[in-house]
Ligand binder design. Sequence first.
Ligand SMILES: *[C@@H]1O[C@H](CO)[C@@H](O)[C@H](O)[C@H]1NC(C)=O
Ligand SMILES: *[C@@H]1O[C@H](CO)[C@@H](O)[C@H](O)[C@H]1NC(C)=O
Ligand SMILES: *[C@@H]1O[C@H](CO)[C@@H](O)[C@H](O)[C@H]1NC(C)=O
Ligand SMILES: *[C@@H]1O[C@H](CO)[C@@H](O)[C@H](O)[C@H]1NC(C)=O
Length: 183
Amino acid sequence: MGQLVQKSCFFLFLFLFLICQSVLASQKSLRHRKPCKHFELYYHDILFNGTNAANATSTKVANQSLPGNFNFGMLVVFNDPITKDNHLLSPPIARAQGLFFYNKKDDYNAWFAFTLVFNSSQHKGTINIMGADLMAEETRDFSVVGGTGDFFMTRGIATIRTDTLQGAYYFRLKMDIKLYECY
Ligand SMILES: *[C@@H]1O[C@H](CO)[C@@H](O)[C@H](O)[C@H]1NC(C)=O
Ligand SMILES: *[C@@H]1O[C@H](CO)[C@@H](O)[C@H](O)[C@H]1NC(C)=O
Ligand SMILES: *[C@@H]1O[C@H](CO)[C@@H](O)[C@H](O)[C@H]1NC(C)=O
Ligand SMILES: *[C@@H]1O[C@H](CO)[C@@H](O)[C@H](O)[C@H]1NC(C)=O
């Protein structure tokens, strides 16, 4: 009887030990994993200013701004061209379709949610991206929360950086996209 208890205790401990090991190992491998896809893209946004309808790619749909200079409450819908280099007039390889709004009273700060829609001979499918644009930081991380087609069920991180800001009506973001799940 005593031997049996001893034996089962031994196996129980062995079992727990192995579980701990595999949990630790998987945490480690997640943290040090290399991306399965990595690419850089440029996002161009031309805001409608009242007269540039032909070229605008985004428009404010609400501007219940609080008093102040930081557009708190302004909501912008966009369908923006995505290019491989930083030239606005390069042929777009995808569109970014989505929205952002400003959400800080005492500084510029925004929140983004959009889909990169690829429809070319190279890539077909979508990548869904969202997150806080903490504009005081030089680089900001958005979450890649999913995808379809060539990017089926993908997840990862899109690190963005403001590449240029021209007045109130044009800005360009450099997006460094690292996908950690590819199927
Ligand atoms: C649209 O862009 C083209 C090419 O950059 C430019 O020649 C034209 O003046 C722009 N039109 C408007 C309304 O901004
Ligand atoms: C809007 O943008 C166009 C093109 O950049 C520019 O020619 C025009 O003067 C701007 N209009 C206003 C009201 O800022
Ligand atoms: C939004 O509204 C605020 C306050 O009325 C104004 O200062 C700002 O210029 C507006 N932004 C745009 C893009 O129209
Ligand atoms: C994708 O491209 C094809 C070929 O150019 C076109 O027929 C189709 O309408 C496009 N689809 C979307 C969703 O833009």
